[in-house]
Ligand binder design. Sequence first.
Ligand code: DGI
Ligand code: FE
Ligand code: FE
Length: 197
Amino acid sequence: MKLDAWIALTQEQMPARRWMHTQGVRQSATELAERYGADPEQADLAALLHDYCKFWPIERQVEAYQMYGLPGELLAYDPQLLHGPLAAEVARRELGIADEAVLDAIRWHTSGRERMTLLDKIVCLADYIEPGRDFPEVARMRELSLTSLELSLLAGFDSTIRFLLDKGKIVYPLTLAARNSLVDELRSGSNNITDRS
Ligand code: DGI
Ligand code: FE
Ligand code: FE
């Protein structure tokens, strides 16, 4: 299978509005890849497939998730968290995607994870700041994204965590770990600068 087939199949999985979002994430991910020295083709492919299963009914997502033997621990949290890991598995098994870096960026795009790779960060951030997104922090995140992937993504995780807290929802521990890991990375980065001065 080639890009054209993946594009056609992805579009079939979702309503027009979500397809617009996907196209926006492809654009933002490609731009971020060019800015930060990642492979734009990997970024584009991960962005294309990141929400592949998002609009499947939740029962279908859970069924496929279990059929593929994915880690059951996630099933105790918000079902919104399933579509990333599920899309990575579907991409590998049904679409023939073998690039583990692309699969990881798809898998972790919602929750994040500790020590995110450059490609993980790009796809996760592009999902927040694509042109169709509109939420209070997005303008600041877009501005930050021009100079620091990490600061911009940290603002994104902070806003998601704040949103979940305000709604009285459970925060998936990996999201907190992803957020803390970014703080750590930023801290050791600035320490390095201090060390050199
Ligand atoms: O699929 P998208 O809508 O493009 O965006 P996404 O994959 O980042 O999904 C985010 C949704 O997941 C958002 O509505 C909040 C919800 N969610 C529920 N619990 C958690 C969570 N998101 C994160 N990052 N961590 C959680 O614990
Ligand atoms: Fe998503
Ligand atoms: Fe998305």
